[in-house]
Ligand binder design. Structure first.
Ligand code: GUN
Ligand code: ZN
Length: 465
């Protein structure tokens, strides 16, 4: 198996045919829906408006793993044709914040963030010191993403370098776009879940970057768990790396829970705010992904916009852990990018469809009725753009990588009845995202390669591992 460690490409520059075997010419028929511009949060234009590209009963054309066109006519015998007429065809979802090891603690009862970390999450993550636990966990996790229609993700592994290695390897074997990197934490965590020392952490980060940053579709992120788990010295190390290595991502958590915010204020009295802790360390920029952002003020929101950092909104997690309601309208007004994220295992589902439905409810509780367009955009093109990957993923633009999913428009008596009665495209898509889940997923392609099919098990080829 060839990888870009030998070919030296940067993220997004992968020669797909060198990464995996793909059918030369693939045509997928169905109701194609993607975005060509950014809809406003409450835009509910009946037939989609200018931001939405809806092509009912069209063919999506894919050559060598990339999208080459969209057309009404049957492309003919020279194409491997997949007829999914009557189904919704979407770009693969982009989940901008999710924890690989936390499938093991999803749906754990009765705790707010800090208790939940101490009693469920940290004990579970300690197991990932074992390379075999990491390998098996990453494989299950990558397949689970694909079975939920997610083809690209920004992923927290654990503090153990082996877990980040396993995550990147599992994503690479499936040709998935994945941004990950070993988690930094050197305090306020139990034995077995802290970096040994700064020199070791630095060496492990650099090894991960050398191995995976720009290999195929993999990229690395400097992964700061959250300010309470890193000493100022470790945050400085993270900032130095961000300044030194081109195109690195940064991922962390910010302003999720009120007790957490108070704790950060005690630990970093010199900082103006929780967000400012990261800013002072040089961690904010256009490749920074910060989960939650619930307890921010206007100055924070302006700083996010100014630096180009994005908020990964994680509504099922925020509801489940009782963290609070993220104010999407205020972020939009400030010009901050907002993408959607599952945040499993604080989040209750890997499904970005369920995530969209929860995001609607979180905004409704604050008096804003998010449109289906903004919700779907934030899980596809909007997330891709916020990650500087709009040229590669998140839409059906010609030249992009063919990460594609086919969905049932409706299933079961309730969904079918509702779908039969919709009067506009917005009504139909909104009913779909409110009522559907991963069981509506028919098929997932990653770079033109089938990676999930309902009812079938698709095993990555041994030689791609
Ligand atoms: N803050 C620090 N770590 C975590 C985590 O694992 N999940 C969530 N939701 N918040 C965090
Ligand atoms: Zn998280």
């Amino acid at each position: 198996m060839q990888n870009a460690a030998g070919s030296g490409g940067w993220p997004g520059s992968c020669n797909l045919s060198a990464c995996m075997p793909v059918p030369d010419r693939l045509a997928i028929r169905g109701d194609l829906l993607d975005f060509v511009a950014t809809p406003a949060l409450t835009d509910a234009a009946a037939e989609g408006g200018a931001a939405v590209r809806f092509l009912p009963d069209h063919w999506l054309l894919v050559e060598a793993g990339r999208i080459v066109g969209r057309q009404l006519q049957d492309p003919g015998d020279g194409w491997s044709r997949e007829d999914h007429r009557g189904h919704l065809v979407l770009p693969g979802f982009v989940d901008t914040h999710v924890h690989m090891p936390q499938l093991d603690v999803i749906a754990s009862h009765g705790a707010d963030l800090l208790d939940w970390l101490e009693h469920y999450t940290f004990p579970a993550e300690r197991r990932y010191a074992d390379p075999e636990v990491s390998r098996a966990g990453a494989e299950v996790f990558a397949d689970a993403l694909l079975a939920h229609g997610t083809t690209a993700a920004v992923v927290f592994p654990t503090v153990h370098a082996v877990s980040a290695e396993a995550m990147a390897a599992a994503a690479h074997a499936r040709g998935m776009r994945c941004i990950t990197g070993k988690v930094l934490m050197d305090r306020h965590a139990p034995d077995g879940l802290r970096d040994a020392d700064a020199v070791t952490a630095d060496r492990e980060l650099r090894a991960g970057i050398a191995r995976w940053h720009g290999t195929g579709r993999q990229a690395q992120a400097v992964t700061v768990r959250f300010a309470p788990c890193s000493t100022p010295e470790q945050l400085a190390l993270a900032g130095r790396l961000m300044a030194e290595v081109p195109d690195l991502y940064m991922q962390t958590h910010v302003a999720e829970n009120r007790d957490e915010v108070r704790w950060v204020a005690e630990l970093f009295p010199e900082a103006r705010s929780y967000l400012d802790v990261y800013h002072r360390a040089g961690l904010l920029g256009p490749r920074a992904v910060l989960a939650h952002g619930i307890w921010l003020d206007d100055t924070d929101r302006a700083l996010l916009a100014e630096t180009g950092a994005q908020i990964a909104h994680s509504p099922t997690s925020n509801l489940f852990l009782g963290s609070g309601l993220m104010d999407w309208q205020a972020l939009q007004a400030a010009g901050t990018a907002v993408s959607l994220a599952s945040d499993v295992g604080g989040g209750t589902s890997l499904s970005m469809v369920r995530t969209m439905a929860a995001a609607y409810q979180v905004q409704a509780l604050q008096g804003a009725k998010a449109g289906a367009w903004a919700l779907l955009h934030a899980a596809t093109r909007g997330a891709a753009q916020a990650l500087q990957l709009g040229h590669e993923i998140g839409s059906f633009e010609t030249g992009g990588v063919a990460d594609v999913c086919v969905w049932d428009w409706a299933a079961g008596p309730v969904g079918v009845r509702r779908d039969a009665l919709v009067r506009t495209l917005h009504e139909r898509v909104f009913a779909w995202l409110t009522l559907a889940d991963e069981r509506h997923l028919v098929k997932t392609w990653v770079a033109g390669q089938v990676r999930h099919q309902r009812g079938a098990t698709i095993v990555p080829r041994e030689d791609l591992r």
